[in-house]
Write a protein that binds this ligand. Structure first.
Ligand code: CP
Length: 313
């Protein structure tokens, strides 16, 4: 594996190998000295053209825990403001010795473009490209679900696990990558949202729902993944008001009470508390939000190690 661009590029075996390796990495993260020498001498560039808290910091931490050097590039304050292109920026950073480029960009397809032209020779990791994909988010979500269901008789196997993804599906790279990866792992994935934001083309027709109460009743989900309403990507009015959105598609205390007591609540963050999720749900015992963040470091260690050491072919 040279790059990680899409969750759909991963086979089941490659996915399981990455999830198992991430569990080993999480043992390292629990040690007093959280460091391995494995990527000493390698350089990882975080090339971020869009804002990020979780993804950028966890890639930085992951690279440092594997003893790689890290360069953090944020478009704000760089020569991008003088008009420098993605190609020139990436080539400039590679000329300084990058072995891996972790790219977040508002343009869908930007990571593919960087990887599949002769612009750079580095390994390219897609850290979110527009509304298209966010494969490491899907991997950390799968790791979190595996941990959450591992005490049930099914163990770590996600085959047949019912996942309900709720909200702004259309603009969500998290939803797209999760649909691909969870399908590879055999999970039953349903989506729910306003008809304007939950296109039937994304999933099988019987797995698209338009009302959250109905979806909870029909699907009986083991996992509810709430998505952020991405106002910044909306060019039109997709729902009447925030209050209406919250009333019909928001996860709140009364809907939480309708879920099975073991149902896992996921949200990729950042959360719009009071819009797609209320505080009672976000802070409930079912909430895996901080587990997702913690697992993000381990997953990114596994991905960097695999790409830069030539593993999981
Ligand atoms: N989940 C996620 O991608 O969060 P950030 O935008 O903070 O990186």
């Amino acid at each position: 594996m040279k790059h990680l661009l899409s969750a759909g590029d991963l086979t089941r075996d490659q996915t399981i190998a990455l999830l198992d390796l991430a569990e080993d990495m999480s043992d390292v993260n629990d040690r007093e000295i959280k460091k391995l020498p494995t990527l000493r001498g390698k350089t990882v560039v975080n090339l971020f053209f869009e804002d990020s808290t979780r993804t950028r910091i966890s890639f930085e931490l992951a690279a440092k825990r594997l003893s790689a050097d890290v360069i953090n590039f944020a478009a704000k304050g760089s020569s991008v403001s003088k008009g420098e292109s993605l190609k020139d920026t990436a080539q400039t950073l590679e000329a300084m010795g990058a072995d891996a480029i972790v790219l977040r960009h508002s343009a869908s397809g930007s990571a593919h473009r960087l990887a599949h032209t002769d612009w750079v020779q580095s390994a390219v990791i897609n850290a979110g490209d527009g509304s298209h994909e966010h494969p490491t988010q899907a991997l950390l979500d799968a790791m979190t679900i595996r941990q959450g269901v591992s005490k049930s008789p099914r163990g770590k196997d996600l085959a047949g696990v019912r996942v309900l993804i709720v909200g702004d599906i259309s603009h969500s790279r998290v939803a797209r990558s999760n649909l691909l990866l969870l399908k590879t792992l055999g999970a039953e994935v349903h989506v729910c949202g306003p008809a304007t934001l939950a296109p039937r083309s994304l999933a099988d027709a019987n797995q698209v729902h338009f009302l959250l109460d109905d979806a909870i009743e029909k699907v009986k989900p083991n996992v509810v993944m709430m998505l952020r309403v991405q106002q910044e990507r909306m060019t039109a009015s997709f729902f009447p008001t925030e209050r209406e959105y919250s009333r019909i598609w928001g996860l709140n205390k009364s809907r939480l009470a309708k879920l099975d007591q073991d149902t896992l609540i996921l949200h990729p963050g950042p959360m719009n508390r009071g819009l797609e999720i209320d505080a009672a749900s976000a802070d409930s015992k079912n909430s895996m939000v901080l587990d997702q963040v913690r697992n993000g470091v381990s997953i990114r260690m596994a991905v960097l190690f695999t790409l830069l050491s030539g593993g999981a072919n």
